[in-house]
Design a protein around this ligand. Structure first.
Ligand code: NAD
Ligand code: UGA
Length: 469
């Protein structure tokens, strides 16, 4: 039986390995992590991450050919293929702080692999890493241990949260990069055979290491760029009376552009777009390409602009002050169908409103009060670094309350900000919402989920991204 070990039981490691275990009953898959809390979660009834369809797969495979363990060294030593899916956040200090990827966790995983291995291994980069990381990892592995062959592959992950299981079952492509040597090609074939259990061969792209590493950063940069492009248009729509949904539709019907990923919003969030673009910017700068770096930097700048534009709109519409006014925040996760709040635009919007002394009542169906309080007290880039590097989270923030029902959040509020496109926000009884709010009642829709005409008929003053005022 082939043995796979995945280091890192997070949003990528957990779901990816669950799907491999389901589709490859002849492979034994063990996911390991230094976080006991995470592993306990994976072994319990309450998985540590929320992802539609994940629980069913884990329940089917766990204990059969899918295992979760904190005994990192034992399982790494026994594995034939080791996936490394640890966090690669933005550096918070030192050279490249605020831009470069922090490879501390990757490097410590590589050193541990080198230390405990007693047989040949294929080591797979699953984390998103700077181009040329495989070279550094190869050096660590091959120099630390003589007589053992380590072959490095790059196999970046393209799943999106909220649709991870769907994306893993039916990926647009699986990308495998390896050295152009006989060993490299043999390792590529071994990994390709794993995916071939459910992915059609024509969707498995095999390439060299550097192309695979860079393709991942490029894909995220292109995706984020589309959002910043449509968000930049949304500002122009508001200034001119055009409707961004109609513009997106018209633009997206061009088959060369395509209709997906053109939804204007309060800004993109998530753990990766910002960090991967910053990383790309840093790599460009290090390679003496300041013009290319500036081009990609602009994608982040427009995203930051969109978030501050939203806050300014709320404050200016509500007679230039939200001081002591209750504002309901509907949704805190960075997108629907996930409880993940990493880089969620809600954090910046809430901090902006708190800066103007608003009182916030926050509701999200998947995010806990503890998480929200932590997010609102954390510094930029601290997330994804270990807890001991993070400031202790206060048990509460004076002007913020977290509630477990949308109607509770809006009660007596002056304004409502929709931050996440949860389906339930489309279906709220807005007459009931209106009746319970202070007047005039404002709705600021950061996700374009409400029916603007219907809400205006009820009596709301509505502001929707990129829509005529
Ligand atoms: P995560 O923070 O959810 O999980 C990473 C896990 O690695 C953590 O549980 C951490 O405890 C563990 N870890 C860190 N160092 C370790 C070590 N030395 N030994 C054992 N465990 C260790 O991160 P994630 O969201 O799963 O992302 C992982 C990587 O995948 C990142 O590089 C990210 O850019 C990339 N990625 C993420 C997504 C996504 O949707 N989240 C999608 C594609 C790619
Ligand atoms: C993204 C990519 O889509 C994945 O392919 C990639 O693997 C992943 O990053 C990663 O490397 O981490 P994810 O961040 O989970 O996935 O979710 P997306 O669906 O891409 O959404 C990202 C953000 O953009 C969300 O805040 C979402 O609301 C926003 N968005 C998305 C828009 O504002 N408009 C759109 O049209 C699409």
């Amino acid at each position: 039986m082939v043995k796979i070990c995945c280091i890192g039981a997070g949003y990528v490691g957990g779901p990816t390995m669950a799907v491999i275990a389901l589709k490859c009953p002849d492979i034994e898959v063990t996911v390991v992590d230094i976080s006991t809390q995470r592993i306990n979660g994976w072994n319990s009834e309450h998985l540590p991450i929320y992802e539609p369809g994940l629980e069913e797969v884990v329940k089917e495979c766990r204990g059969r050919n899918l295992f979760f363990s904190t005994d990192v060294e034992k399982h790494v030593a026994q594995a034939d293929i080791i996936f490394v899916s640890v966090n690669t956040p933005t550096k918070t200090h030192g050279l490249g702080a605020g831009k470069a990827a922090d490879l501390t966790y990757w490097e410590s995983a590589a050193r541990m692999i080198a230390d405990v291995s007693k047989s040949d291994k294929i080591v797979v980069e699953k984390s998103t890493v700077p181009v040329k990381t495989a070279e550094a990892i190869e050096r660590i592995l091959t120099h630390s241990r003589k007589g053992i062959n380590f072959t490095i592959l790059s196999n970046p992950e393209f799943l999106a949260e909220g649709t991870a299981m769907k994306d893993l079952f039916n990926p647009d492509r699986v990308l495998i990069g390896g050295r152009e040597t006989p060993e490299g090609q043999k390792a590529i074939e071994t990994l390709r055979d794993v995916y071939a259990n459910w992915v059609p061969m024509e969707r498995i792209i095999c390439t060299n290491l550097w192309s695979a590493e860079l393709s991942k950063l490029a894909a995220n940069a292109f995706l984020a760029q589309r959002i910043s492009s449509v968000n930049a248009m949304s500002a122009l729509c508001e200034a001119t009376g055009a409707d961004v949904s109609e513009v997106s539709h018209s633009v997206g019907t061009d088959s060369r552009i395509g209709p997906k990923f053109l939804n204007a919003s309060v800004g993109f969030g998530g753990s990766c777009f910002q960090k991967d673009i910053l990383n790309l910017v840093y790599i460009c700068e290090c390679n003496g390409l300041p013009e290319v770096a500036n081009y990609w930097k602009q994608v982040i700048k427009v995203n930051d602009y969109q978030k501050s534009r939203f806050v300014n709109r709320v404050v200016s519409s509500m007679f230039n002050t939200v001081s002591s006014k209750k504002i309901a925040i509907l949704g805190f996760a960075f997108k629907k169908d996930t409880g993940d709040t990493r880089e969620t635009p809600a954090i910046d919007v809430c901090k902006g409103l708190l800066g103007d002394r608003a009182r916030l009542s926050i509701y999200d169906p998947q995010v806990t009060e503890e998480q929200i309080m932590k997010d609102l007290s954390m510094r930029k880039f601290d997330k994804d670094h270990p807890a001991h590097l993070q400031p202790p989270s206060p048990t509460s923030i004076k002007q913020v309350s977290v509630v477990w029902d949308a109607y509770e959040a809006v009660k007596d509020a002056h304004g409502v900000c929709i931050m996440t496109e949860w389906d339930e926000f489309k279906k709220l009884d807005y007459q009931k919402v209106y009746d319970s709010m202070q007047k005039p009642s404002f709705v600021f829709d950061g996700r374009n989920v409400v029916d603007v005409d219907m809400l205006r008929k009820i009596g709301f003053i509505v502001y929707s991204i990129g829509k005529p005022l």
